[in-house]
Design a protein around this ligand. Structure first.
Ligand code: SAH
Length: 335
């Protein structure tokens, strides 16, 4: 038997002790082996191809008050917006022309706003029948999930944030329950959405045991997509004084998840790139295979500040995309 990384690649699982060792080891050569195995498995599955998703932050109106999130309803320092229909369609058009064929509509949790979005989703579906339409709109009533699905959406990202109910309760207001979030995920799947979940890495009070629970949840749910990034404090939130999560630990988690679920779509997330200048390529070299360039109009980006540093001088989508393609080319990948 080789190292733990080889064992994980071979068996697609490890016991808790093995996971703990991989998450906590100070052995750089083991970590490098973990990344190399994950990168090889990703290449076996997808070649050296990276999938692009156009992120469209359509609205920051939110009824929730997640303790970590900059667009929580208690933050009165931001102007609340919802992009008008024409602007959303323009963002999609922009993306499509640049060859990005998945549109991700993300926003605060706003059930009425989500219902109002349905006819726009239907228009997007009619205009780009071949596009994938991914939604990330939080927890909604089953009827609204169904309405949006019927309108043409086919994927849904709803991170579970943390799989431990006690930890979950420390990060969220009392009205939010992990169980509801998991029920939403099951509902989404039963409606035929490809689903994505994931956690923040290094959120306040998180233990290695919590991360192992997160990994087990993902292992058993077998989502098609896994959205995971480091926690980054936001000054206008109750958790604004906690330190950011570790980018290196985030990379290890990408690798572990790649080896467990070889076919999953795993983005190198914006939060990772915010903490690490070469976060996107580092993510890919650790087994991620998706990047989500931002197609939100630069005029509202500042208002969609989930965490500190997210809205650094926003480049236009086309420019960002060019830079990204060059970065990928340098490490031998293409879109
Ligand atoms: N309202 C939707 C989607 C918007 S938030 C929802 O609830 O799913 C999208 C993701 O941003 C969240 O799932 C969370 O994991 C991440 N996020 C929010 N605040 C963050 C922070 N301070 N640091 C890192 N990630 C954060």
């Amino acid at each position: 038997m080789g190292s733990l990384a080889d064992e994980l690649r071979e068996r697609k699982t490890l016991d808790d002790e093995g996971l703990r060792d991989l998450l906590e080891t100070g052995d750089d050569s083991l970590v490098e082996e973990l990344h190399r195995n994950a990168r090889e498995v990703a290449t076996e599955q997808f070649g050296r191809v990276i999938w692009l998703r156009a992120l469209i932050e359509w609205s920051n109106k939110c009824r929730n008050d997640c303790l970590y999130c900059g667009i929580r309803k208690s933050n009165r320092d931001i102007r609340r917006y919802s992009l008008p229909r024409e602007t959303i369609l323009e963002c999609c058009d922009n993306a499509w022309r640049l060859g990005v064929k998945t549109f991700v509509l993300q926003g605060g949790e706003n059930p009425n706003g989500a219902v109002a979005l349905a006819p726009i989703v239907a228009e997007i579906r009619a205009s780009w029948p071949e596009a994938a339409i991914t939604l990330s709109l939080g927890e909604l009533p089953p009827d609204t999930f169904r309405l949006l699905r019927r309108s043409g959406a086919n994927r849904y990202l709803l991170r579970h944030e943390t799989a431990d109910p006690v930890h979950y309760a420390r990060l969220h207001p009392a009205s939010m329950k992990l169980e509801n979030r998991l029920a939403c995920l099951r509902e989404l799947r039963s409606l035929g959405y490809l689903t994505g979940l994931g956690m923040m890495v290094g959120s306040p009070w998180q233990t290695t045991g919590d991360l192992i629970s997160d990994i087990r949840l993902i292992e058993s749910f077998k989502p098609e997509m896994i959205g995971t990034g480091p926690f980054i404090p936001h000054h206008a939130t109750p958790l604004g004084h906690f330190p950011a999560g570790s980018p290196e630990l985030t990379l290890r988690i990408y690798s572990i998840l790649r080896l467990m679920l070889p076919q999953a779509w795993i983005p190198a997330t914006t939060a990772l790139a915010t903490l690490m200048p070469d976060g996107r390529t580092a993510g890919i070299l650790a087994g991620a295979n998706v990047v989500m360039p931002n197609f939100t109009p630069v005029t509202v980006r500042e208002e969609y500040s989930l965490y500190e540093g997210k809205s650094r001088p926003g480049a236009e989508a086309a420019e960002t995309l060019n830079l990204l393609i060059k970065e990928l080319d340098k490490i031998g990948y293409h879109v």
